[in-house]
Design a protein around this ligand. Structure first.
Ligand code: MSP
Length: 676
């Protein structure tokens, strides 16, 4: 891997707010988050963008059916996406909503450039024309007659009749960019993967590209076309523009200049359903407008269930909230990325999910971590053993990763072509399942090495103390490197392994890729079970007793110290108080937690993120009355589970006659404002 700091933008599609989030949305977002984290780990400068697509006829219709305004509807669903991303430990840099003003201004700027643009043969890139055709309001697009099912001209995707539509529209002259697109894609200046998607797009170009209309009459919920205010811009032009408007295209902002215009890579992760829009329309529009075009696009495969497309009608949908709540975010993220190559379609089954959890996480990884740490605690007094520093073979520098085959098979620790580079390269190729397979083959070898080295026998012979310590040091280092390399996929587990290694509960950083980071003598942290085994139905399993030759089980996590109440004269100084982060939080959604009289699940907006918080105020407040209130949140509390529901903070309240009374503000303050 190169040492220069690459700059890149990684995007997901912005998701329609016509319905609550879908597991496919989670799939792309987990992938983008993993790639962003892997790149940051490799020292790269990354901007990760996601968001919601909020305009169009469908939203108008759904809001009308729900009896609320379009904006209210968008606010609710967009908040549901943000709160889902909190649950999945997604760390984006920007969440764009197409109803933001900065987006509207950016789209109009792009429109202005297109209106002035000329095609390579000197014609207007955008022109007024007449459109007639079969329009599917659900697809927000015109359909070719041969695609429709008869009778009634039914859209094959939505199984509803299309409408015959005639209107005067603005058109984008896509046909004029055929040659440029072919050349750009064939040469991989726009690198489309998997190859099957690239070939599909080249096949579409071969058949000849048609101009497409970029304005729509009859739709009100959108961005009005300045020259034709009763029309709005076509929802796809509006939506695709998010990739630059979110970065500050409207004002030629710093992020736009650094990451988009000046970056090394502009990468879109998309579903195979929307590759034409992304690989043909979008690059051509940008090229015509004189704006840098994407450099890479990856079409992910689709998740099916029981071999069928996920659909509410069939009733085989996979609820992404239930998925993440079942075995936690790390397990859900791991499963979707490990189960199949990212570009391929694959079938989700519950038994595969639980099976992989038990085999890969509880057994392979969980056991390795618990065995290595338990032995270090037992044989090395709970401290990192002395480092064993063999002379490096000639010509080999202290590379940042080690060939573990040699480490464990022989007594020579030879930093060679490393595991870290191989795994990071796989991430870089957007081949998550191979990255994980590679890592798991090492985990397997470590587990094997323990059996072969038999540290418990070495421990019985004082003459072999050096060997024992050398082995355990290398084993702990191996565990540490596994945590570092798995952190893009399982950030939570990685931080917990770091805590157990005495490195503090933090996320791995680029410097952690170097071998030998554990300082001998440093106390190890307490051992906590990482992935307790579960039964097929997801219920925790009773652990079986261990035998002589199997390593002892992980000790119980230490009980948390009971906080001492600040009694009488026990005062704290300002520095201690400053550790508590209090913020204004706006409640965007509230619902009672089933089975509890007091607990309510809240979604709170903190300006830069939406979080889920559980509060014991249901006996004093109706959930509906809470929505819209701005309250005070302790924002830096560690997550805790109440009745099995995760809470990421605590809402402050007093009480009158035992009933909660929320703390509030005297005047409206913006969500996220620090309370001092
Ligand atoms: N709003 C447009 C995208 C505009 S981007 C400028 C849109 N939104 S969507 O909500 O329908 O999301 C589509 C994306 O969700 C797909 O491209 C894909 O990434 C993901 N998936 C939806 N269903 C899926 C599966 N069953 N499996 C995997 N991913 C799928 O289109």
């Amino acid at each position: 891997m190169s040492t220069t700091k690459r700059v890149s933008v990684i995007t997901t599609p912005i998701y329609y707010v016509n319905d609550v989030p879908h597991v496919g949305h989670a799939y792309t977002t987990i992938a983008a988050d993993t790639l962003s984290r892997a790149r940051r780990l490799g020292g790269q400068d990354v901007f990760f963008l996601t968001g919601t697509d909020e305009h169009g006829q469908n939203i108008e219709r759904i809001a009308r059916e729900r009896g609320i305004s379009e904006q209210e509807h968008c606010d609710l669903i967009s908040a549901a996406f943000r709160s889902l991303w909190v649950r999945y430990d997604i760390r984006y840099d920007r969440f764009i909503r197409t109803t933001e003003d900065v987006h509207r201004r950016g789209v109009l700027k792009l429109w202005g450039l297109l209106r002035g643009a000329k095609t390579p043969d000197g014609k207007d890139a955008v022109y007024l024309g007449k459109y007639s055709g079969w329009y599917c309001p659900r697809c927000e697009g015109f359909k070719d007659e041969e695609e429709l099912r008869q009778p009634d001209n039914v859209c094959p995707d939505h199984e509803r009749p299309c409408e015959w539509t005639e209107e005067e529209n603005f058109f984008f002259r896509l046909s004029a960019y055929e040659g440029w697109l072919r050349e750009t894609i064939e040469s991989d200046r726009l690198r489309i993967r998997p190859d099957s998607r690239k070939n599909e797009i080249l096949g579409v170009i071969k058949q000849g590209l048609k101009d497409f209309s970029v304005s729509r009459a009859r739709v009100k919920w959108g961005i009005p076309v300045p020259e034709q205010p009763d029309h709005v811009l076509y929802v796809w032009v509006d939506a695709l523009s998010n990739y630059i408007t979110a970065l500050g295209f409207a004002d030629d902002g710093e992020a736009y200049r650094h990451y988009w215009a000046g970056g090394d890579e502009r990468l879109h992760l998309i579903g195979k359903d929307i590759i034409r829009f992304h690989c043909l329309y979008w690059p051509a529009i940008l090229h015509a407008a004189g704006v840098p075009v994407p450099t890479r696009e990856f079409g992910q495969g689709f998740i099916t269930r029981d071999g069928r497309k996920l659909s509410k009608t069939t009733g085989n949908v996979i609820d992404p909230v239930a998925l993440v709540e079942r075995l936690g975010p790390d397990a859900a993220r791991y499963f979707v990325l490990r189960e199949a190559p990212y570009g391929a379609d694959w079938d989700f089954t519950d038994s595969a999910f639980v099976g992989r959890y038990n085999a890969d996480l509880a057994n392979d990884l969980g056991n390795l971590v618990s065995r290595a740490l338990t032995m270090a605690v037992k044989y090395c007094d709970g401290r990192v053993p002395p480092r064993w520093e063999p002379p490096l073979p000639e010509g080999v520098g202290p590379a940042r990763a080690v060939d573990f085959t040699e480490v464990f098979a022989t007594s020579v620790c030879a930093p060679a072509d490393g595991l870290a580079d191989r795994v990071l390269d796989r991430y870089e190729e957007i081949d998550f399942s191979s990255a994980l397979t590679e890592l798991w083959s090492w985990i397997g070898q470590f587990n094997q090495a323990i059996v072969q080295a038999q540290p418990w026998s070495l421990a019985k012979d004082p003459a072999r103390r050096g060997e024992l310590e050398a082995f355990l040091y290398r084993l702990l280092e191996g565990v540490r490197l596994v945590a570092v390399l798995v952190s893009p996929v399982m950030p939570r587990a990685a931080s917990r392994i770091f805590a157990m290694l005495g490195l503090g509960e933090r996320e791995p950083a680029p410097g952690d890729l170097a071998w030998g980071r554990l300082d001998p003598g440093r106390p190890l942290g307490s051992i906590v079970p990482l992935f307790p085994r579960v039964e097929r139905d997801g219920v925790p399993k009773k652990e079986t007793p261990v035998s002589e030759t199997t390593p002892p089980p992980a000790p119980k996590p230490e009980a948390a110290p009971t906080p001492s109440p600040a009694a009488g004269g026990d005062r704290i100084d300002i520095a201690e108080f400053a550790k508590v982060e209090l913020r204004a939080a706006r409640i965007t959604a509230a619902e009672k937690i089933a089975g509890s009289k007091k607990l309510v699940r809240l979604q709170v907006d903190l300006g830069s993120e939406v979080r889920q918080v559980v509060a014991g105020i249901a006996d004093a407040y109706e959930p509906a009355a809470l929505v819209g209130k701005t309250v005070v949140l302790v924002a830096n509390l560690k997550p805790a589970k109440l009745m099995g529901v995760e809470s990421n903070g605590m809402v402050l309240a007093g009480s009158i006659d035992g009933k909660a009374v929320l703390c509030s503000f005297d005047a409206e303050v913006a969500p996220g404002t620090k309370v001092k």
